[in-house]
Design a binder for this molecule. Structure first.
Ligand SMILES: Cc1cc2nc3c(=O)[nH]c(=O)nc-3n(C[C@H](O)[C@H](O)[C@H](O)COP(=O)(O)OP(=O)(O)OC[C@H]3O[C@@H](n4cnc5c(N)ncnc54)[C@H](O)[C@@H]3O)c2cc1C
Ligand code: FES
Length: 344
């Protein structure tokens, strides 16, 4: 009976290579680590991006949402869990890639916005000049914060390959969104921002055979960075690039895509697909969803896709139905605070 009133005790979290930390009841690994000053990687905090994944070496956790939703079967076999969704049921030891092995090259720099350009009605390109050169692998992202948004940082993908001390992001306005609303309506040249990164494992893998790139909305940013870098390195693999947007006015970076296409060493096929283009408009290209096009494609050896989670989930299902192996599909889900998934 007294057990009913027994209060839960804190457990100890050991992060290999970093130290030991107290985790209060109901705290997640991520919350406890951040509270105690550990630079644990994270982005969405809601179980939707896998940035906080870490390897469970010892002990037991309670998962608040199912990690099977976001982690690959390889990660699950290797006992990876999500730091932001794991509470401790016992003392626990984890290994965090980059942090535990000391290979993380992430750094925090205070920069200044030096250019803001409108790309579409609801997306801007923001260029930030930093005090020092920054390096990253095209496809990765940074945590972007400003004193104007008190709720913390948001993740934005680098839209170009590394270019000295300048970084460029495409920020699409999310209805009711704090950071994207600020970037699209209030931000001005001269505003101070903090850039923390790079993070993420979305980048071009070694391989041969045709690549399929799929981008939806602002998911164009990392895909452009990857393609531009591959063009510079004269990668001669064939590529098919599906760009999903609502209307013709929502397509952006077309000049960049055309330049990359002209200078690409293999065959470059660009297929924009519009889901809400008005009937009777002058648009002569594909209408519908990118998932309508996937079944028509053959001999794809790797797929890279980036954008809103519902589009990626539908595309992934379609690719699997078309017989694509799981190892050949790389996704960058642009999760935001509205994307949550309860444990099943
Ligand atoms: C790895 C990664 C890379 C990304 N790259 C890009 C990129 O290059 N370009 C880009 O435009 N975006 C990118 N994103 C998305 C980006 O990080 C932001 O999530 C997005 O800009 C929205 O931020 P916000 O502050 O405007 O919206 P938020 O204020 O975070 O709100 C987002 C939505 O959630 C709702 N909401 C807020 N709080 C809650 C709550 N507690 N519960 C439920 N709903 C809530 C809001 O009403 C709104 O609809 C990326 C995301 C990830 C994970
Ligand atoms: S920060 Fe944990 S899944 Fe995104």
């Amino acid at each position: 009976m007294f057990g009913l009133f027994k209060s839960a005790k804190p457990h100890t979290l050991t992060i290999e290579g970093v130290g030991e930390f107290t985790v209060n009841p109901k705290e997640t690994i991520l919350t406890a680590a951040l509270r105690q000053g550990v630079r644990f990687p994270y982005s969405c905090k809601v179980g939707g991006c896998a940035t906080c994944k870490c390897k469970l070496q010892d002990g037991q956790v309670k998962e608040l949402t199912s990690s099977a939703f976001i982690l690959s079967s390889e990660d699950l076999d290797n006992k990876y869990i999500l730091g932001c969704q794991s509470q401790l049921k016992s003392d626990v030891t984890v290994f965090v890639d980059g942090l535990s092995d000391g290979t993380s090259v992430a750094s925090v720099q205070e920069g200044e916005i030096t250019s803001i350009e409108k790309l579409t009605a609801d997306m801007v390109s923001v260029t930030v000049t930093l005090p020092e050169e920054t390096t990253y692998v095209p496809g990765q992202y940074a945590l972007f914060s400003t004193p104007a948004v008190s709720s913390g940082s948001r993740s934005y993908s680098f839209a170009t390959p590394p270019q000295g001390n300048q970084v460029r992001f495409f920020i699409r306005e999310v209805p009711g969104g704090e950071m994207s609303g600020w970037a699209n309506h209030q931000a001005v040249v001269g505003d101070k921002v903090t850039i923390d990164g790079p993070y993420g494992d979305f980048y071009l893998r070694q391989g041969s055979g045709e690549m399929l790139m799929i981008a939806g909305g602002s998911g164009i940013a990392p895909v452009l960075a990857i393609l531009e870098d591959a063009m510079n390195h004269k990668i001669d693999r064939d590529v098919t690039f599906l760009f999903g947007a609502r209307t013709e006015k929502d397509l952006c970076a077309l000049e960049d895509i055309s330049r990359i296409s002209r200078n690409w060493s293999g065959r470059f096929r660009f297929i924009p697909v519009l889901s809400e283009e008005p009937e009777g408009s002058s648009w002569e290209g594909r209408r519908g969803l990118v998932t309508d096009v996937i079944p028509e494609l053959t001999d794809i050896s790797q797929t890279y896709m980036c954008g809103p989670p519902p589009m990626l989930d539908a595309a992934e299902k379609c690719l699997r139905n078309s017989g694509m192996s799981e190892n050949g599909i790389y996704c960058d889900r642009f999760t935001d605070r509205s994307h949550t998934q309860k444990a099943g």
